[in-house]
Design a protein around this ligand. Structure first.
Ligand SMILES: C[S@@+](CC[C@H](N)C(=O)[O-])C[C@H]1O[C@@H](n2cnc3c(N)ncnc32)[C@H](O)[C@@H]1O
Length: 262
């Protein structure tokens, strides 16, 4: 079982490999030529990349060598909005972003903008991974008071309302293959089948925010989100025998096979 609802649907139990292990495997399998990251903090996720990398964070607190093994690594100490307003991401790489990890501000409006801007700089065969979209219980999505009311084991975590990306992408961009993985602590959402030319999300941005602003997970319901996310076993996906050689056509077939429920 990849993920189960506990305590009468009030908790999602994710028992797959840690998200860092899944990201490490993604780098090893996809062997992207370019990696883009929003939200770097100590640098643990950026350090996994072995290719030309660009990372954005308004407050880097690096505790590891993020340059090791990379032909180039450029750090932009600014918000992602400022970064996209002042830089052409694809031009920085001299080509599209092949793998991106979006883990900046945990607010739906921010992640939606980050996704729109990153997809624009991607290729159809690229992969965008979202973090924190599977809150383990409702309290993780709220402010300090809400978190105090939640289970003690989750009090250190704040996912905000980025969970809304799952129903919104499923509804507005059904052609994107969205695979939610049971990677603790708060899941990974792997997005493939991108369309850099699509303006659907950008055009629907204001209406989407207006529609979703009043919705919180307490009303929406964790079981409903769980059903829509339909988390898959990251372990089964990691064990997939298929050869990954991004961005060749074989990679596309492989990822489809790997993402099928075991
Ligand atoms: C959860 S941490 C990232 C952790 C890292 N990816 C990891 O897994 O180890 C979130 C980071 O997002 C950064 N952040 C906050 N607001 C941001 C924004 N508007 N644009 C980009 N990054 C932002 C914070 O400074 C923080 O370092």
């Amino acid at each position: 079982m990849a993920a189960v609802l506990q305590r009468g649907g009030r908790e999602i139990w994710l028992d797959g490999p840690h998200y860092m292990d899944v990201l490490r495997a993604l780098h090893a399998r996809l062997k992207p030529a370019s990696y883009f990251e929003i939200g770097t903090l100590h640098g643990q996720t950026l350090a996994l990349a072995r290719c030309a990398s660009v990372a954005v964070d308004p407050a880097f607190q690096l505790t590891c060598d993020v340059h090791e093994g990379k032909p180039s690594c450029r750090l932009f100490e600014q918000t992602s909005d400022d970064f996209f307003a002042t830089h052409d991401l694809a031009a920085l790489f001299g080509g599209p972003v092949e793998l991106a990890f979006l883990d900046g501000m945990h607010a739906f409006a921010f992640l939606l903008r980050d996704f729109i801007n990153t997809e624009r700089a991607s290729a159809p065969g690229s992969t965008i991974v979202l973090h924190d979209c599977l809150p383990r219980e409702a309290s993780m999505t709220g402010g300090p008071e809400r978190r105090e009311q939640g289970l003690a084991r989750y009090r250190g975590y704040w996912t905000g309302d980025v969970w809304k990306m799952v129903p919104v992408l499923r509804a507005l961009r059904p052609e994107i293959s969205l695979t939610c993985l049971d990677a603790p602590p708060t899941g990974l959402v792997v997005c493939t089948g991108l369309d850099p030319a699509s303006r659907v999300l950008a055009n629907a941005y204001d209406a989407t925010l207006a529609k979703w602003a009043p919705v919180d997970i307490y009303d929406y319901g964790l079981p409903r989100l769980h059903a829509e996310a339909d988390p898959r076993s990251a372990a089964a996906w990691l064990d997939a025998k298929a050869p990954f050689s991004h961005p060749q056509p074989a990679w596309k077939r492989a990822i489809k096979r790997a993402f099928r429920r075991p």
